[in-house]
Design a protein around this ligand. Structure first.
Ligand code: GDP
Ligand code: MN
Length: 377
């Protein structure tokens, strides 16, 4: 999934004709001072951390500066931030505008409706999750005709706009749809869409490009994903490893079984913290590397849920036992296993010899690992 930083999203807004404030992205305080001093970025300006997490406004990652010196200082302060676990490497400087009203507007792919949904609220500028359902308007959009005139007019009504502003909104909505479609986005969000004088201006952007379309966009190849350091190592070793924020580790094989295992743990009140999909591998070296990575994520307990198909249970078990022996004492964790399929008996025996009992029933084994992790976190 490619999530674009605000400045990249705004570059797309410009390309499609959605109005944004004049601004530039910088990577050093000196650059900020130079650009504001020379008038390339108007003063007073807004200084914004380019991180992917929201809530920057509340979190001190959006500041204002009225001189080149202040712009430099604000940039220096923001570049040093570690915002919600993300290091700030880029800062966007933009001319500050006087906001009359803040609105919310987005197009998001709704997988349950199987449609893009146009979402509008007159209460913008705050996280949409905090706005009452009744104050948010949703319209499912038939992607073939695209956004129709009556759908666009309904947004104008939601925002309470008439006359020239309603006309501007109409073009902005056409542009928003063109961007959503043309850039293979799964989300395009403007929050806030601000009324500034007699005009609409997009003050923030959130754009996510659809995973399966990324191959059509070589321009994003340089973008670093928001991988954790361990995920980065795993990627280099071509290991499917994902860190979540719970405390139970999951080792399974195949995406289907891995996802089902996470679901069962969640249903039983457990919180998966990291999962590892062994896929079709039975290369003991790769299994060992994967297992050591898992150990470094410090799970409270690990659930090993393996189905032996092409890769037989005994082969997987042998690799895992070898791996377990290499985990340093300080990184050890309780392990609950469920190993089924081809050569199941042999696999179970190999694990038993290493002190790991296999529980055949999915629910019982999942309950055991939730308990081992200390129940609900
Ligand atoms: P977020 O908190 O991460 O979503 O960052 P935003 O880009 O949405 O900025 C947060 C808030 O900063 C906005 O809701 C505005 O209230 C304020 N803000 C951003 N740009 C300007 C500006 O040019 N002028 C004024 N007055 N406020 C701004
Ligand atoms: Mn915002």
């Amino acid at each position: 999934m490619v999530k674009l930083a605000e400045w990249r999203g705004k570059a797309l807004f410009r390309k499609y004709g959605i109005p944004v404030p004049a601004g530039q992205v910088v990577r050093s305080p000196e650059e900020a001072e130079q650009l504001t001093g020379s008038g390339s970025v108007p003063l007073p300006c807004v200084v914004k951390a380019q991180v992917l997490s929201g809530g920057r406004g509340k979190g001190g990652a959006v500041r204002f500066a009225s001189s080149a010196k202040e712009a430099r200082e604000a940039t220096a302060a923001i570049l040093g931030l570690d915002f919600k676990g993300e290091k700030v490497r880029e800062v966007l400087l933009e001319g500050k505008v006087a906001i009359a009203r803040e609105l919310y507007l987005s197009i998001a792919l709704d997988r349950s409706l199987r449609l893009p949904v146009l979402i509008a609220s007159a209460q913008g500028g705050v996280e949409i999750e905090s706005v009452a359902d009744g104050a948010i308007d949703h319209q499912g959009i038939d992607p073939f005709p695209g956004l129709t005139g009556y759908e666009r007019r309904r947004v104008a009504r939601t925002f309470g706009l008439t006359g020239a502003l309603a006309q501007e909104l109409d073009s902005l909505l056409r542009a928003l749809w063109a961007l959503y479609e043309g850039e293979d986005a799964e989300l395009v969000e403007i929050n806030p869409l601000a009324i500034v004088g007699d005009h609409l201006v997009a003050l923030d952007s959130k754009v996510i490009i659809e995973d399966d379309a990324v191959f059509r966009h070589p321009e994003y190849a340089e973008i670093q994903d928001d991988r954790t350091p361990l995920e980065e190592i795993a990627r280099e070793k071509e290991i499917a490893f994902v860190q979540l924020d719970g405390n139970i580790g999951v080792i399974a094989n195949g995406a289907g079984l891995t996802m089902a295992t996470l679901d069962v743990l969640m249903e039983l009140g457990g919180k998966p913290g990291v999962f590892l999909d062994l896929g079709g591998t039975d290369d003991p070296k790769k299994v060992t590397e994967a297992f050591l990575l898992m150990a470094e994520a410090h799970p409270r307990a690990v659930f090993l849920n393996i189905f032996g198909g092409v890769t037989r249970c005994d082969t997987v078990a042998t690799g895992l036992v070898a791996a377990m022996r290499q985990v340093p004492e300080s990184n050890r964790f309780p392990l609950v296993a469920r190993i089924r399929g081809n050569n199941e008996k042999e696999g179970i025996e190999i694990l038993r010899a290493a002190g790991v009992t296999s529980i055949a029933d999915l629910r019982a084994s999942a309950e055991a690992v939730v308990a081992a992790a200390g129940g609900r976190p």
